[in-house]
Every structure is written in C-alpha cells, then in structure tokens.
Design a protein around this ligand. Structure first.
Ligand SMILES: Nc1ncnc2c1ncn2[C@@H]1O[C@H](COP(=O)(O)OP(=O)(O)O)[C@@H](O)[C@H]1O
Ligand SMILES: [Mg+2]
Length: 287
C-alpha cells in the first residue's frame, strides 16, 4: 500500500491510499514441457503462472525453499528445461536426482557427488564441495571476462551482456545446505564467498543463480546473498519460522493457495507488476 497524491482534489482530500492489484486470479500452468518452453521463447520470460512470468534480467536470481517433498526439485526441473532453451545451464545436484538426470539427458554440464559416479559409498564429501567451488569459480572467471568486454566495447552507461550478443548462464543448485555438510570450514567459506560474488555481481554479465534449500537460514544463506535474490519462493507449509528468513519484510502470515504439491508464495523484487507477495502454484508438467 502506498500514499498517493490526487491532483484534482482540494487540499483536504488530496491524499489517498493506493493498493496495487492485478486483474484476474493467476492459475497454475499445466501442459507439456514443450509448451512451457515455447511460452518462454514467445514471451522472453520464464513462465511461473498463467498470467505471471519471471523476467530474470530485471529480477535476477531465484531461491526456492520448502520442506522435503514440497516440490522444490520438481519446480527446478521445469525452470531448468526452460532456461536450457534460452541459455547455458549448469546443474549442481548433491542428491544426483532430477536435475542431474535431466542434465545427463540433455548433455549439459553437471556436478554430482563422486559416490554417484564412482561406485563408492562414502556419501557427500569435502571433495564434492571442492568440485562445486571449482565449477563456480570457472563461472566467476567467465563473469569477469564478460564484464571486461562490456567495459571495453560499449560506451553506454547502462548496459548488460545482451549488448554483446551473449546468452545468459543459469547455475542451478539443488539442496544448497546439503552441500555444506561434511566440508571443512575453509572450503565452506570459499563456497559461500564465491556464491556471494556471483550473486552480487552476476546480473550485468548475465550470470544467474537458481538455488533450492529447505530453509533460508542465515547460516546457509548469508543475508547479503538473500537480499540480492529477486525471485523468492516458499513452497509447502508456510509458518512464521521459515517465512521470516525468506520474507523479512512480511509482517503477517500470507494467504496460501490451496493447491497441494508445488503450491506456496513468492515475491519478485524489481518488477513493478508484482509489487507484493503473490500466491504461487508451480507448473505441473506432463511429459
Ligand atoms: N507442481 C507439481 N505438480 C505435480 N506434482 C508435483 C509438483 N511438485 C511436486 N510434485 C510431486 O511431489 C513429489 C515431491 O516433489 P519434490 O520436487 O521431489 O520435492 P522436494 O524436492 O521439495 O523434496 C514428487 O513426486 C513430485 O512429482
Ligand atoms: Mg528435492
């Protein structure tokens, strides 16, 4: 709600309260993956609901939180496939499940724990996080390279990677918190610092992160990172504990859509079309 000035009124009634609202009730997207991808290509946005899309250039980075079974991986899967048709995708999947299988199928870059690839049973180890950090650092170098090119080539003050004809790079990390278990303090810090630089500096270079985790607690997700992520999603059970981390601006419990799996709430910063906290029903994809 905002206070606005009404020019055509006398001084006693020239102020009003403005409640941003949109016509129509957003509905869940259903269809085949191909339909979602086509819609993404047609609108230049990543479809979220029938009348809502994610403009990742304007509102960079995404985080999806929710308890186990709330539909995070399923949502990531849909986002991943649309993103793969738009730009380069990198999948980091500590469980080696949906994302990893998709990436393998599509022949795109994927990082999984060594025990999945090598017939051993040591589980997630420090080595895996090191592999992840190496991958993120390669992306970071690419980001600096792009920034350098933008700086050298264009004379416009406000510009980005699209000016160079480059494609966006989407880095997907499922279950971010699970990554950090079993790693030494130093590798963990290295991971968080690299992630922070990518998130804070990535927008102009077209480097976007899409993260999933059970809870956006500060020990897993530094506040500066959380504040730089524009699309925030909470799936499944909404309680004041978990919403407080993700939506610190929220003072009351929001209405939750009754949608079963993959339903929740989201906010998209930077996009005036979506000024508040919105209900969300993630796409149901029939493939
Ligand atoms: N939007 C959705 N539409 C239909 N089924 C869904 C949706 N989201 C999740 N599911 C189903 O719910 C189950 C749990 O989802 P999953 O993504 O694995 O949860 P999480 O990753 O949060 O633990 C899966 O079997 C998945 O197929
Ligand atoms: Mg999952």
């Amino acid at each position: 709600m905002q206070v606005v000035t009404l020019d055509d009124r006398g001084s006693s009634s020239s102020r009003g309260l403005f409640l941003p609202a949109r016509k129509g009730k957003p509905q869940r997207l259903t269809g085949t993956m191909k339909e979602l991808i086509d819609q993404g290509k047609r609108t230049g946005e990543i479809p979220l609901m029938d009348i809502m899309g994610w403009d990742y250039v304007r509102s960079p980075h995404a985080i999806i939180t929710g308890v186990s079974g709330s539909g995070k991986s399923y949502f990531l899967r849909a986002l991943y496939q649309v993103c793969a048709s738009i730009g380069e995708v990198i999948a980091i999947d500590p469980k080696g499940s949906d994302l990893a299988r998709l990436a393998k199928q599509n022949n795109t870059q994927v990082v999984v724990p060594p025990f999945l690839a090598e017939h051993s049973s040591t589980g997630i180890s420090g080595k895996f996080l090191k592999d992840v950090v190496d991958t993120l650092k390669r992306t970071e170098s690419e980001m600096y390279d792009r920034q350098g090119q933008i700086y050298r080539i264009t004379s416009k003050i406000s510009t980005d990677y699209r000016e160079l004809g480059l494609k966006p790079i989407f880095v997907f990390i499922d279950e971010v918190a699970a990554l950090m278990t079993g790693a030494s303090k130093q590798v963990k810090a290295d991971f968080q610092e690299t992630l922070t630089r990518l998130i804070v500096l990535g927008r102009e270079a077209g480097v976007y992160l899409i993260l999933s985790m059970q809870s956006a607690r500060a020990e897993y997700l530094p506040t500066i990172v959380r504040d730089s992520i524009a699309l925030r999603v909470q799936l499944g059970r909404i309680n004041s504990e978990n919403t407080r981390f993700l939506f610190p601006e929220l003072s009351e419990m929001p209405m939750v859509p009754l949608g079963g799996k993959g339903s929740g709430i989201m906010s998209i910063a930077g996009d005036p079309r979506y000024a508040g906290i919105e209900p969300l029903l993630t796409p149901t994809v029939l493939d």
